[in-house]
Design a protein around this ligand. Structure first.
Ligand code: NAP
Length: 252
């Protein structure tokens, strides 16, 4: 789905040297928790998701709670090349630097590798791997212009071990770990840190309707706190990888 709605943002309110972060998949679950925690720090946020209404609602929520926080919203389907390119050119036209890219948007499509429709892996790869790949490449010039550049990728424990009934998702998250590790190697000479967070089961809309005790899942704000840890380290240290699990571990 191509969304042509123009991004709403305020030019002219940007302060010199303020911390600017892009968060993909910012309107729900982990992404929303990250956005709310970073908004409380007064950062300048560039938020992306497909649904414009949800972005508008989040924009209102943040600006009511944190009037000093600058928020820009960018509706885009990151699985679509045309939307991705539009997002990148809008951000590149409006900004001379971006400090942090948080690649959070992702989908979990259940299935078994030998039985599922092969479109599942194509669809999952487009969002879970190709979107962070292209965003990292295209936003490199803006990141390079930052004095504290970072890329934070939200992976999964499924990127570290096979997942029963979620093979395709697991493959894409292994690939995301590979993307992070290789970006870290290539980007260190520019001082760009690359972090992968591998969460286990975390409460979000994607778990709605599942017959599971809530206490077996982590809260999305726990993942957001790890993002803050990665941001708070000194210039010479990078949080390369973090595995974060519910205390009782996975279900299987
Ligand atoms: N929840 C878990 O148990 C868990 C565990 C490990 C890792 N993770 C990872 O954590 C990340 C967030 O998961 P979540 O459970 O918080 O997700 P979620 O609640 O399903 O929210 C997904 C967010 O991404 C946006 N989004 C979805 N498809 C998009 C697209 N094609 N283009 C742009 N934005 C898109 C959604 O908004 P729109 O629908 O409006 O686009 C929403 O803001 C994912 O990468 C996931 O793999 C989650």
């Amino acid at each position: 789905m191509l969304i042509t709605r123009v991004a709403f943002f305020r030019r002219g309110t940007q302060k010199m040297n303020e911390m600017k972060l892009i968060i993909t998949g910012a309107t729900k679950g982990i992404g929303k928790s990250i956005a709310l925690l970073l908004a409380a720090r007064g950062y300048h946020l560039l938020l992306c998701a497909r649904t414009g209404e949800d972005l508008n609602a989040l924009h209102t929520e943040i600006t009511v709670k944190h009037p000093d926080c600058t928020v820009e919203i960018y509706p885009a389907d990151l699985a679509q090349r045309s939307d991705r390119e539009r997002l990148i050119s809008q951000i590149s036209e409006a900004h001379t630097y971006v400090d942090v890219l948080i690649n959070n948007a992702g989908i979990y499509l259940p299935g078994n590798l030998l039985e599922e429709d092969a479109e599942l892996i194509e669809k999952s790869l487009r969002l879970n791997l190709l979107a962070p790949y292209y965003l990292s490449r295209s936003l490199f010039p803006l990141l390079k212009s930052s004095s504290r550049p970072q890329i934070i990728n939200i992976g999964s424990v499924g990127g570290l071990k096979p997942l029963k009934g979620g093979g395709t998702y697991s493959i894409t998250k292994y690939a995301m770990k590979g993307l992070s590790d290789n970006l870290r190697l290539e980007l260190k000479e520019f001082g760009i840190k690359v972090t992968t967070i591998h969460p286990g089961y975390t409460w979000s809309d994607s778990w709605k309707g599942a017959d599971l005790p809530r206490e077996r899942l982590m809260e999305p704000t726990d993942v957001a706190k790890v993002v803050c840890c990665a941001l708070d380290l000194g210039k010479s240290a990078v949080l390369e990888e973090v595995v974060l699990r519910p205390v009782m571990g996975e279900f299987d």
